[in-house]
Design a protein around this ligand. Structure first.
Ligand code: HEC
Length: 217
């Protein structure tokens, strides 16, 4: 064999390279898996009480005021959990909040909201993205929906809309009545409020958001 065969045509070289690249990728993927698990684990009620920020807060986040603020450091908006506020006129216990969220999640699956809407990046784009729908200024005191539904809080206005959507057409497209009961509507609003508190790295972008008091609009 001639001495000046290039390394690029050496089969043992490519075998060794394949083994190293595969080994490195396996280690990297295992590390990323554990890193992601830590990031997406749901926080606890104590985290909320102690002001510990979690990407996915505990269900009792429905007892807090949530706004969406620009983070200069991260270059996009992040949900900010503020002071306590009543949800349907009361403070939910850990068990009640978990039960409401569970009912809301089951109802969103049973009624297939994703068939028209998008939740956390999954679903359709026929109707508005629901990921941050709780923060939609349309439901704030200065928006039209409280007056239209005759309700004085955001949660009651959204629940009323969900029970009777075809009574309140707000866009060119109308949401049909899906036979949602008042209890299911409370669960769905808890589900929507909790989802809006999840740190989604600023997704969806350019969302017409509800900002804190320092950024009054
Ligand atoms: C058949 C399609 C369809 C299904 C299924 C559907 N929606 Fe809608 N939804 C719409 C349309 C269209 C609109 C916008 C029209 C409007 O606001 O009147 C809308 C609007 C909304 C809004 C107001 C959005 C905002 O940002 O203000 C909410 C909240 C909502 N839907 C929640 C739900 C939930 C929760 C479910 C599942 C239980 C659901 N929708 C199922 C079509 C649908």
């Amino acid at each position: 064999m001639s001495k000046n065969v290039s390394v690029w045509s050496s089969i043992p070289f490519w075998r060794r390279s394949a083994a190293w690249v595969t080994g490195f990728a396996v280690v990297l993927l295992i590390w990323l898996t554990f890193d992601t698990m830590g990031q997406i684990n749901m926080g606890t009620d104590d985290d909320l009480k102690n002001g510990v920020t979690k990407r996915v807060p505990a269900p009792t986040v429905i007892n807090y005021h949530i706004t969406y603020e620009m983070s200069e450091k991260r270059g996009h908006e992040v949900p900010v959990i503020g002071d306590k506020e009543p949800f349907f006129g009361k403070e939910y216990s850990v068990e009640e909040a978990a039960a409401a969220l569970h009912l809301g999640k089951l109802t969103s699956q049973a009624k297939n909201c994703m068939n028209c809407h998008t939740l956390l990046g999954n679903g359709a784009y026929y109707a508005p993205d629901l990921t941050k729908a709780w923060l939609d200024p349309a439901w704030s005191e200065s928006g039209p929906m409280m007056a239209m539904t005759g309700k004085s809080t955001r949660e009651e206005a959204i629940a009323e809309f969900l029970v009777n959507p075809s009574k309140y057409p707000t866009h060119a497209r109308m949401m049909p009545n899906l036979g949602i009961t008042p209890d299911e509507a409370i669960g769905l609003v808890a589900f929507l409020k909790h989802m809006s508190s999840i740190d989604t790295n600023g997704f969806p972008r350019n969302f017409g958001k509800e900002q804190g008091d320092t950024n009054a609009h």
